[in-house]
Design a protein around this ligand. Sequence first.
Ligand SMILES: [Zn+2]
Length: 292
Amino acid sequence: MSQHDTLQRFLFDGAPVRGALVNLEGAWQQVLARREYPRPLKTVLGEMMAAAVLLAANLKFDGTLILQLHGTGALRLAVVECNHDRTVRATAKWEGDLPDLPPAGLLGEGGRFVMTLEPKLDKAQTWQGIVDLEGDSVGAMLENYMRRSEQLDTRLILAGTDHNVAGMLLQRLPDGHGDPDGWNRMSTLASTLTGAELLELPALTLLGRLFAEETVQVFDAEAVGFACTCSRERVGDMLKMLGGQEVGEVLLEQGSVEIACDFCNQRYVFDEDDANELFQFDVLAAVREARH
Ligand SMILES: [Zn+2]
């Protein structure tokens, strides 16, 4: 299997540490092909994408892990979603030129970093955590968050270029599993990893070099791919939430309602017949009636 677009989970025999490596090339290219992102945003979005796959690697349920940045500055929104089936999608909104600043600087006043876990079957169990905007990178902010809020020692090393994005996650497991000093040793070794090594080396080569003295148990590589969860049915549901009156107004002005998916650019067009079918009444007649 190619090293690209794979997630590789691993464990150490002699230390209470679990880890994962991700390398995304095709999935990243799919995101870049849909929008011309300015450089500072490309860095942030690429790191979020690698981080989302790594954090979703050990999820115990079927569902979606969502990382979202909300801002009032040059960067308005960046969203990455990773599903339990190892599919990802990403999008962002921004205004004007983006200065070369850490994420907090791009987000401006009141910026927020939110992590959401959304189970597929029981949306009522959706869980959200607020990540402090403390740290110069996506990885640093998430490390701080995991340590403080989840009491989980974590190293998250991320790197990206226009070609691919990659990352390595290490997490400390409860003591009792091997050498108690194992966490310190592994995280120190991880700190020596360079961005170029992360981006270019096949996972097995990287693990063999970085942890040469350790016995690493490597699981089968898992494929990761870009996929969008949008559908005509979901867009229809959204139009229903807007209401027949609102949709009728747009139909009257523009002849059809056109919605484009922010993640994949897919266009969904609803004409008068589609709208009547959706709302089960004559939408245009209702709007004309209301105007009289
Ligand atoms: Zn879509």
